[in-house]
Each structure stands twice: as C-alpha cells, then as structure tokens.
Design a protein around this ligand. Structure first.
Ligand code: PEP
Length: 248
C-alpha cells in the first residue's frame, strides 16, 4: 500500500500574510499519518520553505519549464523549484492545459525535467464534461497518462491526480462509481507499464474535495489521497481533509 498523500494547490492565491496558514497546518500535523504537501505560488516558495523547516509539511511548485535554464522570461525551471525548497511539482493541471495551451508532449517534457531535477511530479489528467458526456473519459485519461509519463517515471517520483475538469472549483464531484472506474483503469494501466511498481504509484482524486466529502472519497478503492484546490487555502479545512485521509 503506498503512503497516502494530501496535496494542496493554492493556485494564484496567497500573499506573505497567508503563510500563517502553514503554521496551523504544521502544528495540527506534526507527525502526520500521510504525506502532506502544499503548493503555494512561486513567490511564496522561499518564505514558505523557511517557515516549514523542521516540520512534516513538504512544498511543491505548481508548474515548471521543460528546459533547465535559458531565455524563457517569466518561467521557472524544475531546478529552481528544488533550489527554493520544493520537493514536488504539479504538472499538466487542466488550468495550465487550458490557459497556456499545454499539450501532452509539453507536459511529458516537463515531467522529464522534473525527474531530472529530483522532484516528485504530480501529473494531472481528467476529462471535460463534454468528453464525459460523449463516453470518452477512459480514452481521454488513458491518452493523457500514456503521453505524460516519461521514461524515468516510477512509483517514487510520480503521482497521478485524476481531476475531472468539470469538478474543479465547481462544487460538483463524480459519483463513487465514476471515480472507482477511472482509478481502477489508471491502476491497471500503470501496472501494465511499470509492473509491480504500478501498484505503488499514488493515485489522487482532485475536484471539489471538501471536509464534508473527503471521507467518502477516501474510502474508494485505489484513491490514495487528494489534490485539493480551494479547500487547501484555509488550514482548518485542509487539516480536516488530511485527518480524513489519515483515518481512511
Ligand atoms: C485543483 O485545482 O487541483 C482542484 C482540485 O481545485 P478544487 O479543489 O478547488 O476543485
């Protein structure tokens, strides 16, 4: 059984004053029964790393460039994330795919860059509502998974987050059966590709996870944790979700 993981994605939220949320999180989970990572905006990584030093809460970036360095104004490399104190990076989030036109090939290159820099990559995938309505969910996530995994991907350096696009930030969640179907498919695809190591890859569910629905979601087979957006911004909510994961 892989160690469970609760990952918080602050997206484009957070100023220096919001770092106090991390203090409460670290105090509530000094010896967490699962891995916990917070992915603040890049501007806060350095100060957050200083604040979390000596705690059990890890840090992650929300994206990285696929190049190690170069003339890419505004971008951040995987090595820079690591240098700032991150140990994880979210890649292929649907907001990056939509807002920045990221395709599977770009995401695969970023995965390789993250792994080369020693980061744990959290690869996001998921269908739009139109794709689900068209019965294409498994085909879509299967293609995103196959294309996104780089040659170095293994259970230690890769986490998969299933995030139906229509569930992100909407308050809507798939049924338990829908989550179980996709996670079961991802698990069997991963074991087909990685052998036994595929059993140890953490499969997160993401999309409107809240304290009120967390326990139900964590009880689903092959759900090894969550990628949490809005509810990770307040320590009280994220802490309750982490507690539900610890109890699962
Ligand atoms: C996300 O951004 O990855 C996410 C799951 O957001 P939310 O929890 O707000 O739906």
């Amino acid at each position: 059984m892989p160690r469970k993981l609760a990952a918080g994605n602050w997206k484009m939220h957070g100023l220096a004053r919001d770092l106090s949320e991390l203090d409460r999180l670290a105090a509530d989970h000094s010896v967490p029964g699962c891995d916990v990572v917070v992915c603040p905006p890049a501007t806060l990584l350095g100060p957050a790393a200083a604040r979390l030093e000596g705690t059990a809460i890890a840090l992650g970036g929300q994206d990285c460039h696929f190049a190690a360095s170069g003339a890419h104004t505004g971008d951040i490399s995987a090595g820079m994330l690591r240098d700032a104190g991150a140990r994880h990076v979210i890649l292929g989030h649907s907001e990056r795919r939509a807002d920045h036109g990221e395709d599977d090939a770009t995401i695969a290159a970023k995965m390789a860059a993250a792994h080369a820099a020693g980061l744990i990559a959290i690869l996001c995938l998921g269908e739009t509502e139109a794709e689900r309505d068209a019965g294409a969910t498994i085909e879509v996530v299967g293609k995103q998974l196959a294309a996104g995994l780089d040659a170095d991907a293994d259970a230690d350096n890769t986490v998969i987050a299933y995030e139906p696009v229509w569930a992100i930030g909407t308050g809507r969640t798939p049924t338990e059966a829908q989550i179980a179907e996709v996670h079961g498919f991802l698990r069997s695809t991963l074991t087909g590709r990685l052998g036994d190591a595929g059993e140890a890859v953490r499969l997160l569910y993401g999309g409107s996870v809240k304290p009120a629905n967390a326990a139900e979601i964590f009880a689903i087979t092959d759900v090894d944790g969550a990628l949490v957006g809005g509810a990770s911004l307040k320590a009280a909510d994220f802490s309750a979700i982490i507690a539900a994961l610890e109890a699962a």
